[in-house]
Design a protein around this ligand. Structure first.
Ligand code: CP
Ligand code: NVA
Length: 331
């Protein structure tokens, strides 16, 4: 059956079949080649989209904006400070209003229920730009980057997420790996193990796709990885957890030694970014003053030839463009 995603919201990869996910990845690769060839398109011409951000962003916001402009759409950006959203008006009413103006709505915030509520009430596709428990556009970019860096079929690849294995980025990677038959490992402390229902869901999907889903503290789990992935130790809204996280996650910092433990010289390093890989940000420096080294990865890895983090960041734009074109595009 040909894939048709017109009118669909993009809230979590759990809602999409393996074929639908592969369709978005292939579309993203085509759109990337088109952009590289200098071709500007009109696949979103005449469309108006609105970007709602209750948390801060560099990549996701810019990816949506540039992707929209490249294909001819108009963009409005709203955050909680400059709009009524959430304070004087419920998200349900906001959705009903914005659905009258716009062809698509992006939302970044806290509770997954909010993005689901928007989708249920807007009458137009809603795209999840990150919640506390998911970040589906990120996972598409990550797997596109893996595809660009391996000769193996994805079903023969192994991805190891190191650190806070129950955060939003870890979960969206678990979902996409399960759907595409990729061997997924969460390497981190038992205190931050993925929730049982998430593991159970992914293992159930894995029965169909061949994906193996593992997690644990054993360094042996790193062996044979094609991609090592990490994320910051305290996500947006979790600053107060830094002391506890540094204690729990320091053994899982991605160092040269951890990369070596994969026993794969071609293993790539991925990170959603932003990253604490040195002390050159005010956050990393001020935490260091307080006695906390919050680096989840060292420069030895972050700046190494194995690191594909900036290709990955670029791929945010191509994959987000694919999601918009697939769901509201003029094709
Ligand atoms: N990776 C990511 O979502 O980055 P931003 O927070 O900058 O959007
Ligand atoms: N886990 C991080 C991802 C940032 C893109 C956060 O939620 O802050």
């Amino acid at each position: 059956m040909p894939v048709n995603l017109k009118g669909r919201s993009f809230l979590t990869l759990k809602d999409f079949t393996p074929d639908e996910i592969r369709y978005m990845l292939n579309l993203a690769a085509d759109l990337k080649a088109k952009k590289r060839a200098g071709i500007r398109g009109n696949l979103l011409a005449g469309k108006n989209i609105v970007l709602l951000f209750e948390k801060t962003s560099t990549r996701t916001r810019c990816a949506f904006e540039v992707a929209a402009y490249d294909e001819g759409a108009n963009v409005t950006f709203l955050d909680s400070k400059s709009s009524q959203m959430g304070k004087k008006e419920t998200m349900v009413d906001t959705a009903k209003v914005l659905g009258r103006f716009y062809d698509g709505i992006e939302y970044r915030g806290y509770d997954q229920k909010v993005v689901e509520g928007l989708a249920a009430n807007a009458g137009v596709p809603v795209w999840n730009g990150l919640t506390d428990v998911d970040h589906p556009t990120q996972a598409l970019a990550d797997i596109l980057t893996l595809m660009e860096n391996t000769k193996k079929p994805l079903s023969k690849c192994k991805l190891v997420f190191c650190g806070d294995t129950r955060n939003n980025v870890a979960y969206c990677l678990m979902y996409i790996c399960a759907k595409l038959g990729i061997h997924y490992v969460g390497w981190g402390p038992k205190e931050l193990a993925p929730a049982a229902d998430v593991v159970e869901y992914c293992r159930e999907v894995g029965k169909e796709t061949g994906a193996v889903v593992q997690y644990g503290e054993d360094k042996e789990l790193l062996k044979g990885a094609d991609a090592l992935y990490t994320d910051i130790w305290a996500s947006m809204g979790e600053k107060d957890k830094i002391p506890e996280r540094v204690k729990l996650l320091t053994p899982y910092r991605v160092t040269g030694e951890v990369l070596k433990a994969t026993e794969n010289p071609d293993c790539i390093f991925l990170h959603c970014l932003p990253s604490f890989h040195d002390f050159d940000t005010t956050m990393a420096a001020s935490q260091k003053e307080l006695g906390y080294d919050i680096r989840e990865v060292t420069d030895e890895v972050f700046l190494s030839p194995n690191s594909k983090v900036f290709d990955e960041a670029e791929n945010r734009m191509h994959t987000i463009k694919a999601v918009m074109v697939a769901t509201i595009g003029n094709v």
